[in-house]
Design a protein around this ligand. Sequence first.
Ligand code: ATP
Ligand code: MG
Length: 394
Amino acid sequence: MKFHAFLIKYAEIGIKGKNRYLFEDALVSRIIQAMRKVDGEFDVVKTNGRIYVVAKTEFDYEEAVDALQHVFGIVWICPVVQLADEGFEVLKQRVVEYMANLYPEADYTFKVQSRRARKSYPVESQVMNADLGEAILKAFPNVRVDVHNPKIMLYVEVRDQGINVYSIMIPGAGGMPVGTAGKAMLLLSGGIDSPVAGYMISRRGVTLEAVYFHAPPYTSDRAKQKVVDLACQVAKYSGPIRLHVINFTDIQLYIYDQCPHDELTIIMRRYMMRIAEQIAENCGCLGLITGESIGQVASQTMHSLASTNEVCTLPVFRPVIGFDKQEIVEVAQKIGTFETSIQPFEDCCTIFVAKHPVTKPNRKVIRHSELKLAEKIEEMIKTCIETDEIIICK
Ligand code: ATP
Ligand code: MG
């Protein structure tokens, strides 16, 4: 079947007010960006509260659908056949051909839903429904009408430019278009959870930057490449991500030398948060995002979370906080990050983990231990922020 356009359906809830156009314009921009990667040329047009992606040339259908499925804000993607208005009798034939083409098994229930956006069209929508339905019934003996729960909803829309016919509805990514909700800094490790966390926040319209704490030579270039790969995979949804790679080795060694080993992880996590927050402030991010989930590991008990949280003033968004591991894995599989995340490259946390890390860190005790870093830590933080390596992931 040759489709000429895609009708884009987006969530109407919450966007009815006077800011609706901002949402729609952002969605149009995101769609234009996404379609640039597709083989073919397209116009993205907004008319009568609808968005159409109209093909100007031959195009790769699979690629086009895949690109649209990565745009947040889209709820349904409907491939449309556009027919010229050659009179109602011809329309009946064309609609029957359409059904024959798309559903050759010819064994289904259906309902026709017609709409006249162009009121001058001589046939009223109720009559269109009845007559088009009848033509289909006549053409395919095993097909039945079901007005309550049809397997196929056939939409026929008379517009100024012609007549649109569609019945396929492909689920979109949902959420809000990126660029409608400010920017946040994702703490991106090579694990399963943080890419999912970034995806979830970005899905609400938030633009992402990311920071990765790298500890060469304890963590390899391959581990860093894995994080870059993950950022690129998330960027398929979120748009380009500026990834800050921070060399964290000296700070980790300093903590290792000065502080009790069972507190290493928690103290290290607190410095990660502090540094991430400073970078976030420098580049206009309004919050931090982590992949933490209560109780998953020692550094994510309620006590540990309270301890890492207290060093931040920006809000910390933890979208998977109440998810079980399996639920996070399911999202990771859905968005295509899982296979990369499970590649076996050490992350900087595992190298310096104590055999028995504290699971209920006492904040007063931790603050006291951190005093031992007073001499050099501020200078070290400054250096590692100044020497960050920025990689654009897209
Ligand atoms: P993930 O699967 O996201 O790596 P995890 O289960 O390994 O999480 P932790 O290592 O305790 O959990 O990390 C908790 C969160 O801290 C991560 O989700 C991530 O947001 C952040 N984080 C951990 N290590 C790093 C790192 N090296 N660079 C950037 N952020 C990190
Ligand atoms: Mg990790």
